[in-house]
Design a protein around this ligand. Structure first.
Ligand code: NAP
Length: 470
């Protein structure tokens, strides 16, 4: 009998309560880490390995045997081996009959194989109860104990008793098992760790596109135009002035785009006269990304706030102020105080500060730790009512910034209006549409639709005709 008692692994095991024996096939990174965690939680661990004699650095207290002997020691076997090496299991099919076989494997690419690894395993070892689990937990997290962000263990399998056993093990390890149904769900579970910020992709591409567009737009108006018409070098504007236009414009546009899908959905429901029809996929996806869109918008608003704070220390601004003062002193003329300009300037600042404050509040309440503390009505109040108030304040901030400039001929350069005018298009459209939707006659119909009423309901029709099924 090939048998090695591994005692080289430096970590100690603290187990007061015995939980039973678990077998782990494979003494690689994941097998070792899971084995250590299991030992710490009171399980006896037997490793199955191609070569038990040379397996090293295993947790103290674990046994290492050849695959067939290890399999005979436990009803539960964790397969910590890559799918490409599953072939050896076909030979063990008889000894694995009736055992719970846990597939922890992941792939290199999404949908790499026609069937999931777990389903492939079930075909290789038809007599075993294959359960997919633990693939979303990393070896590093198991070893270092930093499982806070990934405590969830998705579990699926066709045998409910086998699934229950695996979920019990997960709970004993301090993890949170989530039953995902039959083995068909394995494909999705295997794709899950390969996803890269799926909900952030649309906000990221959209905000990058907006930034690039507005940057080029502003550069044409503020750098290229002065150079072409007067040979003036304004390239320094590319560093602070133009970004400080692009960031607020992007933030405001994104904030408006957070509320636009809700309005489109309402219009669609009004048009269809029912809420029981699916929205188009693009609208569904857009609605799901609203939180991420809002957070990206908040990031840009932050950048705008920081860029605005450095304005007084900019060389160009100090030079302009100094020159204006010297010119006034030399010509002995001072510019008269304009009450309307003071009003506009103070209102602009106040609206910006209040808008930013509410924006921050929205961002904070979207954090899971905060949103879990409020009920559904409170969350809706903050995200919808305060959200719209934020949009109103930020739009007003931009409108007041425009102020007297709207009437100035310099608003058009090469027939291109100022960028902040473009920035107002989507927010103003959203606010006007929202205003129309909250008018009592429309709001009443929309509320009824959202409570389940249908304009062309066959049930309503039959009730009207006195043919109610009830
Ligand atoms: P690894 O370090 O490469 O270990 C794989 C083990 O498989 C080897 O140590 C070997 O153990 C065994 N094996 C059996 N037949 C083999 C063969 N023909 N060639 C090579 N090795 C063979 O991989 P791992 O990182 O532990 O991952 C193991 C499984 O866990 C994979 O399916 C992976 O997708 C999954 N997983 C890993 C992580 C992670 O963070 N690493 C997280 C989740 C899931 P013996 O030498 O003892 O036979």
């Amino acid at each position: 009998m090939e048998k090695t008692c591994a005692d080289e692994f430096p970590l100690t095991v603290d187990s007061s309560e015995k939980q039973g024996v678990v077998c782990i096939f494979g003494t690689g990174d994941f097998g070792k880490s899971l084995g250590l965690k299991m030992l710490q939680c009171g399980y006896s661990v037997v490793f199955g390995s191609r070569n038990p004699q040379v397996s090293s650095l295993l947790p103290r207290g674990a046994e290492v045997l050849c695959y067939s002997e290890a399999a005979s020691r436990s009803d539960v076997i964790v397969l910590a081996v890559h799918r490409e090496h599953y072939d050896f299991l076909a030979e063990l099919a008889d000894s694995l009959k009736g055992r719970v076989l846990i597939d922890v494997s992941n792939n290199q690419k999404m949908n790499q194989y026609p069937e999931s690894n777990a389903e492939y395993l079930a075909q290789l070892v038809p007599g075993a109860h294959v359960v997919k689990a633990f693939n979303t937990i990393s070896a590093w997290a198991l070893q270092s104990g930093t499982l806070d962000a990934s405590r969830q263990v998705f579990v699926c399998g066709n045998d409910s008793k086998a699934k229950d056993r695996v979920m019990d093990i997960a709970r004993t390890l301090g993890l949170t098992p989530l039953d995902q149904g039959s083995l068909v769900a394995a494909k999705e579970i295997e794709n899950y760790p390969l996803q890269l910020f799926p909900m952030w992709r649309f906000p990221f591409y959209l905000s990058s596109g907006l930034c690039v567009f507005f940057f080029v737009y502003c550069a044409i108006r503020e750098v290229i135009y002065p150079y072409v018409t007067g040979k003036t070098d304004s390239t320094y504007r590319l560093v602070v002035s133009i970004p400080n236009r692009v960031f607020p414009i992007t933030a405001l546009t994104l904030l408006a785009l957070v509320y636009l899908p809700g309005i489109l959905a309402a219009i669609l429901q009004l048009y269809r006269g029912t809420k029981y029809r699916r929205f188009p996929n693009w609208l569904d996806h857009w609605m799901l990304c609203r939180k991420q869109l809002g957070l990206v918008a908040l990031g840009f608003a932050f950048l705008h706030a920081i860029y605005t704070l450095v304005i007084p220390i900019r060389y160009y601004v100090r030079w302009r102020l100094r020159n204006a003062t010297i010119t006034q002193a030399l010509t002995n003329k001072d510019s008269p105080f304009s009450s309307s300009t003071a009003w506009l300037s103070d209102s602009y600042l106040a609206l910006g500060i209040l808008g930013f404050f509410l924006f921050l509040l929205l961002g904070i309440t979207s954090l899971p730790s905060v949103s879990n503390m409020v009920n559904w009505r409170e969350f809706r109040f903050v995200q919808s009512k305060l959200g719209y108030l934020t949009l109103v304040l930020c739009t007003a901030h931009t409108l007041v910034y425009g102020g007297k400039r709207f009437l100035s001929p310099s608003i058009l350069i090469w027939s291109l209006p100022s960028a902040y005018i473009l920035a107002l298009i989507i927010p103003c459209t959203v606010l006007v549409m929202k205003f129309i939707l909250i008018m009592p006659c429309i709001d009443k119909t929309l509320t009824r639709i959202r409570q389940g009423w249908e304009r062309k309901s066959k049930y309503a029709q039959s009730t009207l005709n006195g043919k109610s099924d009830i």
